[in-house]
Design a protein around this ligand. Structure first.
Ligand code: NAP
Length: 311
């Protein structure tokens, strides 16, 4: 069997690409190394989302469910727990090779999001040693943080939103290296209105503990201070692992996939969308990923079917 389209990644971008491909009756397979829903489902399902049009407020898990149900109900085939490894050429078509099988297809959309990216590390003593034992890069089960002292690090939307998620049940502080944030003003305002202690112009110098983290040494505006804590959640961005992307055979730009305004990559028949792509003006938002997915799907359709109106 030859698919019209194989989509790698079942986050908001991949699922939306699937919905649009289905309206064009493209025979579509979506593959995800984890479960469908992407970061929405895996990173923070209970996080509130207030900037997805049409919903004044929803939560990430609910939005993920809607997107998955939408793609399925439109007829997309969905394989979860299957890791795509490379895209090969196959007699005029492409072949997506996974850890379970190979799928011949006319076109591919890469929508792997930040799935192949690793969280950025601070690089201070104790960070590696206590990873998983008080040092986290994803929010651990909130129940385990109840009534604990929890430190969040970072000045972007992720760090501030994570801190807001636990501040009602844990003694929460936020450490940022500048005296101003890069997070959205609305989120900064929520932090200011909350009980989160903000420690600005500060760097984490060392993480200490025995079996588990017990304290963090901070450089607060040049003054060194040790603070007792039970957990530190680090959200200082992601580092690209270009090696993981080699299998796609597409041109990269600083570890991300280079696309033009049609979401075409440097390789014929391969398109990309969502957090994995780079272009001037890129804005990492769910709604933008979904918009790019519609474009990628339309470009794949034009490539596969060559309709008269696209000539
Ligand atoms: P981010 O926006 O890149 O922010 C990373 C933060 O970590 C920055 O404040 C940065 O400080 C700090 N940082 C970086 N390296 C550091 C180091 N070595 N030591 C200490 N601090 C360091 O990352 P993000 O928050 O994960 O967000 C990623 C993207 O997803 C962004 O575009 C964001 O807007 C988007 N996002 C959006 C939402 C939403 O719309 N609700 C939610 C989550 C994420 P500086 O500011 O000093 O550089």
């Amino acid at each position: 069997m030859i698919y019209d389209l194989v989509i790698i990644g079942a986050g908001p971008a991949g699922l939306t690409a699937g919905v649009y491909a289905s309206t064009r009756k493209l025979n579509t397979l979506i593959i995800d190394a984890m479960g469908a829903g992407g970061q929405l489902a895996s990173l923070y399902p209970e996080k509130g989302i207030d900037n997805y049009p049409g919903y004044v407020m929803t939560d990430a898990g609910q939005l993920a469910n809607h997107l998955v149900n939408h793609a399925r109900s439109m007829g997309c085939e969905l394989h979860e727990g299957e890791r795509a490894i490379e895209i090969q050429d196959k007699s005029g078509h492409l072949m997506v090779v996974t850890d379970k099988a190979s799928y011949e297809t006319k076109a591919v959309i890469i929508a792997t999001g930040m799935g192949l990216f690793k969280p950025k590390r601070i690089g201070c003593p104790g960070e590696k040693e206590f990873e998983g034992r008080g040092v986290y890069y994803k929010l651990p089960d909130r129940e385990t943080l109840k009534d604990k002292k929890v430190m969040f690090v970072g000045g972007g939307n992720s760090a501030l939103e994570m801190a807001l998620l636990v501040c009602d049940q844990a003694e929460t502080c936020l450490v940022h290296r500048r005296n101003t944030y890069r997070a959205d003003e609305a989120i900064v305002e929520k932090v200011s209105d909350s009980n989160i202690e903000q420690i600005l112009s500060s760097q984490v110098v060392e993480i200490k503990g025995t079996d588990h983290v017990t304290s963090v040494v901070l450089d607060i505006n040049g003054k060194v201070e040790e603070r007792p804590i039970d957990a530190i959640v680090i959200n200082i961005g992601t580092a690209s692992e270009a090696l993981d992307m080699e299998g796609w055979g597409v041109e990269l730009e600083e570890g991300l996939i280079k696309v033009d305004t049609d979401m075409c990559t440097s390789r014929r028949g391969v398109f990309a969308c969502g957090d994995v792509v780079a272009y001037k003006g890129k804005y990492k938002q769910i709604v933008v990923a979904c918009g790019e997915a519609a474009i990628a799907s339309n470009s794949a359709y034009k490539y596969i079917k060559e309709p008269y109106w696209a000539k």
